[in-house]
Design a protein around this ligand. Structure first.
Ligand code: AKG
Length: 243
């Protein structure tokens, strides 16, 4: 999809699906490495939720070179920069694994908008990237969202049922960009297979990221970081910390 068309869709609906944004090799490599990490960390009981039916793997920047490459994809960055400014930074980079039996998540807006004083600002504070690593179906926990909801100016009521919720139609290798104030959540997984995505979450450079990338990045990651990666890790948004 041409950048201008992607921007127009994102601005109108609060999300856009970039079809086949990953090559099959990239999607397979991301899925394999992410499954390996999830299995290793699950054995230690880490970051599971929904009674063990779902799991996060945090801080992917330190967990394989492929993640360093994939978080800098120019097509993806261009869309986040459109929403957040061309100095935007990485807020967190995680695996979200929705396992068999997991219920739907509650509709929400992304950190920190859920706790932000009302009314929200007229511009985006944060935005998310979904790297789709399993074909989405209506049964396997495909992400749900309310198109255009970022313009409503309030977070959703988690207790309420909304009739304009859709489930994303996306395939392994697609990438979805979501405005941070678009109401969304994971769907229920009624299958016997896991549904895996990565979430590459970005925020404005003046904000505190969800995870402190600047402090967490390993010396090896920092050593080989491109100028773009250094900016994403926060090297340009804080002064004098490593001077
Ligand atoms: O896993 C998903 O489909 C959505 C995850 C989500 O809503 C979030 O991390 O904010």
């Amino acid at each position: 999809m041409k950048l201008e068309h992607a921007i127009a869709h994102l601005d109108e609906h609060g999300y856009v699906v970039l079809k086949e944004a990953l090559t099959p090799e990239q999607a397979n490599a991301l899925r394999d490495r992410s499954a390996e990490l999830a299995a290793e960390e699950k054995a230690g009981g880490e970051h599971v939720y929904f009674d063990g039916q779902a799991q996060r793997v945090w801080n992917l920047v330190n967990k394989g070179r492929i993640y360093e490459e994939m978080i800098q994809l120019p097509q993806v960055l261009a869309l986040h920069e459109h929403l957040l400014g061309d100095d935007c930074i990485l807020s967190s980079f995680t695996v979200n694994l929705i396992g068999p039996g997991a219920p739907a998540g509650g509709l929400h807006v992304d950190f920190p908008l859920g706790r932000y004083p009302q009314p929200p600002p007229p511009f985006a504070f944060c935005s998310n990237t979904i790297f789709v690593l399993d074909d989405f179906t209506s049964e396997n926990g495909a992400t749900r969202l309310v198109p255009g909801s970022y313009r409503r100016g309030t977070p959703p009521d988690p207790e309420k049922a909304y009739d304009d919720v859709i489930q994303l139609d996306a395939r392994k290798g697609d990438i979805v960009i979501i405005h941070g104030a678009t109401w969304h959540s994971s769907g229920a997984n009624r299958t016997r297979q896991e549904r895996m995505i990565l979430l590459g979450f970005f925020c404005r450079s003046f904000m505190k990221p969800q995870q402190d990338q600047f402090r967490l990045a390993s010396p090896e990651v920092v050593e080989r970081a491109t100028p773009t990666m250094k900016r994403l890790l926060g090297f340009e948004s804080q002064s004098g910390l490593r001077a």
